[in-house]
Design a protein around this ligand. Structure first.
Ligand SMILES: [Zn+2]
Ligand SMILES: [Zn+2]
Length: 204
């Protein structure tokens, strides 16, 4: 009985979805080692197949310098969508550069103060549902390697979760929780979806 329960618990950290294929596209200077860690976490958690592409230059057309040098995440998502082969389901871009987006309020206007939110630095972005997402390690670095790797895994699974069709979740333990502009939110969530989010995507 004890063994059965342990086995049951150990199976809770991944989910059974229809097999999908994800292309992982590292951009300029993104480390092979970190790319491989991300590949493994996608395979382990979502049980998807992955294809890792050779590193390509981050497109200059996404570059912007309003406050500091950054790359626009929405522009990167369009670039990634274009290079995604039809035969795969999702493409995930990985970058060391700072990435940004414009934050809007519930009325669709740029969130106030405008100077702050017009070009807002983020950890990652993925449309919901969508086929492309992008992750940046620029804002998540931590001297403790365990914390750093944990952050990058959670952000990857979160953005891919958006692509699969998950919206932000109210459960503060679930990795689909809105980071709410703070890395500490990400440190607090589990490397796991809540039962409700699992239920939603297992139907997709
Ligand atoms: Zn999100
Ligand atoms: Zn959830």
């Amino acid at each position: 009985m004890g063994i059965l329960i342990l086995f049951f618990l150990s199976c809770q950290d991944n989910i059974q979805l229809n097999k999908k294929v994800v292309v992982i596209q590292p951009l300029s200077e993104f480390s092979i080692h970190l790319t491989d860690t991300i590949r493994k976490s996608i395979e382990d958690y979502y049980q998807f197949n992955t294809i890792v592409y050779e590193v390509v230059e981050i497109p200059n057309t996404s570059y912007i310098n309003i406050k500091t040098p950054r790359y626009r995440a929405d522009s990167l998502l369009r670039f990634l969508r274009k290079i995604k082969p039809d035969s795969v389901n999702y493409i995930i871009g990985l970058t060391v550069k700072d990435i940004s987006t414009t934050k809007y309020d519930t009325n669709g206007k740029v969130k106030l103060p405008t100077f702050k939110y017009k070009d807002w630095g983020i950890f990652g972005l993925g449309f919901c549902p969508g086929v492309s997402c992008v992750i940046s390690n620029f804002r998540i670095k931590h001297p403790n390697q365990v914390i750093y790797i944990d952050r990058i895994k959670k952000i990857t699974l979160h953005e891919l979760g958006h692509n699969i069709g998950l919206h932000h979740c109210d459960n503060k333990n679930c990795f689909m929780t809105d980071a709410a502009e703070s890395i500490s939110t990400i440190d607090q969530v589990e490397l796991n979806l809540c039962e409700n989010c699992k239920f939603i995507i297992e139907k997709k």
